[in-house]
Design a binder for this molecule. Structure first.
Ligand code: PXP
Length: 235
């Protein structure tokens, strides 16, 4: 299983003082050197962490895959089709949320997302949809031509160590199986950390995990290279 490291929080720290440290590009290069298959950045509508120029710099200097998380908006479509990252992960976005809460409602936004997928495909960009492990959402993702789904592991992560852990884990397992039967490739992410990630190894056929907060948090104590390597050993 591959690892994609979400480095949004490096930008959050940089923006706290409005300067250039820590460098998002340097962080990405360390993740790449440590063996991450992808670096993920979420260019939010409000630019609260990653800025347009960060994505440009990554595109210029990184050899590993760039996975651009973005909302299904005209503005983001324009940016993605001009920058051409390796992949785009379409996520829901609410201005007041602290982080991406819940998966994309592909059923409600079917036409809009289908159009976006077509536009990204014209530029040979791989498209992933960030969704909850809900069978109807997965089916719709397949119908509108997504290449990947990224299963939202937030509910599983919140339930880890509680009575609901197995229920949430089985939703992911069944969702991944169903998606693969439909021909979708499956990634997963959100809330995964050094304690709960081992269970992802029990979901057959997962391609990549996208992990941010826990890796960047651990990097404060052991350095980013070690934090990435430790996570890679667990998956
Ligand atoms: N995948 C997606 C689509 C996300 O939006 C996020 C959070 O930005 C992550 C993965 C990573 O989540 P975390 O920071 O909790 O590891």
């Amino acid at each position: 299983m591959d690892l994609g490291v979400n480095i949004d929080h490096v930008a959050t720290l940089r923006n706290a003082r409005g300067g250039v440290e820590p460098s998002v590009l340097d962080a990405a290069l360390i993740c790449e050197m440590a063996g991450a298959k992808a670096v993920t950045v979420h260019l939010r509508e409000d630019r609260r962490h990653i800025k347009d120029n960060d994505v440009l710099e990554l595109k210029k200097h990184l050899a590993c895959n760039i996975n651009l998380e973005m909302a299904a908006t005209d503005e983001m479509q324009k940016i993605a089709t001009s920058l051409c990252p390796y992949s785009c992960c379409i996520v829901p976005e609410k201005r007041l949320e602290l982080t991406t809460e819940g998966g994309l409602d592909v059923i409600q936004n079917k036409e809009k997302i289908e159009k976006l997928i077509k536009a990204l495909h014209l530029k040979n960009i791989i498209v992933s949809l960030f969704i909850d492990p809900d069978l109807e959402q997965i089916k719709t993702a397949s119908e509108i031509g997504a290449d990947y789904i990224e299963l939202h592991t937030g509910s599983f992560s919140n339930a880890f160590g509680t009575d609901n852990q197995d229920i949430e884990f089985n939703k992911l397992k069944n969702g991944a199986k169903f998606a693969q039967e439909l021909g979708l490739k499956v990634n997963a992410g959100h809330g995964l950390n050094y304690e709960n990630v081992y269970l992802m190894n029990e979901i057959e056929g997962l391609c990549e995990l996208n992990i941010g907060h826990s890796i960047i948090s651990r990097s404060i104590f052991v350095g980013l290279e070690m934090a990435v390597k430790e996570m890679m050993e667990l998956i």
